[in-house]
Design a binder for this molecule. Structure first.
Ligand code: NAD
Length: 450
């Protein structure tokens, strides 16, 4: 099939490359001319494992091409994906749909015959109706369909998620469009991916409900972690204990510095705003978002307390991106942690395997380092913020030998206290209460205290 993808960012590029890999002929369009000229040379604007090879091979086989010329790409396409950004509007948290509607207007005037316009961007319920209205207003005689097909891929595992999804959600209002979507995704049926057809509004809602649920799960386990610290329990044991219950599930139960990234913060805000506009407030999601904002502040205080104050101290930060295997720094917890440490008077050294170029543009006055061992030189504490694989088996003796003071703050619970303390460090993890010592601020239930 002939496919045009408008917007060649994370989602557009991964979708375009994967559809080409299935055998479709794909043109990825972007208004950023530098991005397109680099992509034509198979130079990627993002880091995503294995994507460079897939782009290069499909470029070479001429199934994948890149263009700034939206009109030409759209004119010959049977399916047009809209995969542009939908950032949160600063004033009210609602999804900013201006990129979507701009792209749709350009698409509408360029269409030459029946085509399916597929909104892959994450958009509030009713956006598909508005897209349909815009196209009909500009092209009253045109035969077209508007479909919702939200994307659930995770950065860092995007290709696998796209090719082996848990499910494909399609919101289509007519049979012809449904048949086109079935044909497009047919290669995935071989991987037994279930394709769920539903109404367009339900499909739009499914994406927000999925992200809000996952964000809530993270906020929940983070609050359990705080309680564990006070009550002398270990959140990793608790997460294991509840995660094996199939009704709960083990994923997204890792306590840490709070959720970040390009999706959860903005999608929870957008869902909250959408719910308020509909007079059906999502109080649980509101609380999860507020809890996460609060967490970013308390995590920085936790690091400062673990170091016994940071004024004039050097703190080594390992990991800057919001999660491993991406170079995406959007809303990364590292940003608020580093800023708070700097405000408290710390000097920051930092290392991240892929995120340092993006970090340089976002966080000032940081010494960016060559690797983890270079990062900790003369540091008064080392803080693991992102659990990249290269930080999972560090030579702790070498690390300690390079540092001024042996303090390891492990915000992802990559290491346990035993191993790290044996190597001569003071260890601070997340949600690891001290069961034996009894904490000074431990609340003893009345029934036990007597
Ligand atoms: P992105 O910012 O990485 O990329 C968007 C691209 O669209 C940019 O390259 C921009 O130049 C281009 N663009 C904007 N307007 C255009 C126009 N009129 N014509 C051509 N190009 C245009 O965004 P992203 O992270 O890929 O996200 C895209 C959408 O997918 C968002 O709605 C997001 O919420 C959703 N989503 C993202 C992820 C993720 O992990 N990043 C996962 C699932 C869903």
């Amino acid at each position: 099939m002939r496919v045009a993808v408008i917007g060649s960012g994370y989602v557009g590029l991964v979708s375009g490359a994967c559809f080409a890999d299935f055998g479709h002929t794909v043109v990825c369009v972007d208004r950023d001319a530098d991005k397109i000229s680099a992509l034509r040379r198979a130079v990627l604007p993002i880091y995503e494992p294995h994507l460079d090879g897939m782009v290069a091979s499909n470029l070479a086989d001429e199934r994948l091409s890149f263009s700034t010329d939206l009109a030409t790409a759209v004119a010959s396409a049977e399916v047009i994906f809209i995969a542009v950004g939908t950032p949160a509007r600063a004033r009210d948290g609602q999804a900013d749909l201006s990129f979507v509607f701009d792209a749709v207007r350009e698409v509408a005037v360029a269409l030459s015959g029946y085509a399916v316009i597929v909104v892959k961007s994450t958009v509030p319920v009713g956006t598909g109706d508005e897209v349909e209205r815009i196209v009909r207003e500009l092209r009253p005689q045109l035969d077209f369909a508007v479909v919702s097909n939200p994307e659930f891929l995770r950065e860092g595992a995007a290709i696998n998620d796209f090719k082996r999804p848990d499910r494909i959600v399609v919101g289509a209002e007519d049979e012809r469009a449904r048949a086109v979507m079935e044909e497009l995704y047919r290669p995935l049926f071989l991987n037994k991916a279930p394709i769920l057809f539903m109404g367009r509004r339900s499909s739009e809602m499914t994406k927000y409900a999925a992200n809000a649920f996952l964000a809530t799960k993270i906020a929940f386990i983070n609050e359990v972690a705080d309680l564990c610290e006070q009550a002398g329990a270990d959140v990793q044991d608790v997460a294991h204990g509840i995660g094996l219950d199939k009704r709960i599930g083990a994923k997204f139960l890792h306590a840490g510095p709070g959720f970040g990234g390009s999706c959860f913060p903005k999608d929870t805000q957008a869902m909250i705003a959408m719910a308020q506009a509909h007079g059906a407030p999502m109080r649980i999601v509101e609380t999860a978002a507020a809890s996460n904002d609060h967490r970013k502040r308390i995590i920085a205080r936790k690091v400062i307390a673990a170091c016994g104050g940071v004024r004039g101290r050097t703190i080594a930060i390992l990991g800057l991106t919001f999660k491993p295997n991406t170079d995406d720094m959007r809303e990364s917890p590292a940003i608020s942690i580093i800023t708070a440490l700097q405000d408290a008077g710390a000097r920051i050294r930092a290392y991240d395997p892929e995120g340092m170029d993006q970090a340089r543009a976002m966080i000032a006055n940081v010494s960016y380092c060559l690797d983890a061992y270079d990062c900790v030189v003369d540091a008064d504490a080392v803080v693991i913020v992102t659990e990249w694989d290269v930080f999972r088996a560090l030579d702790l003796d070498r690390l300690r030998g390079a540092m001024a003071r042996p303090i390891l703050v492990d915000l992802r619970n990559v290491y346990g206290p035993e191993r790290v303390e044996k190597a001569g460090f003071r260890y601070v993890g997340v949600g690891k209460g001290d069961a034996d010592a009894g904490k000074p601020n431990r609340v003893i239930p009345l029934a036990l205290a007597g």
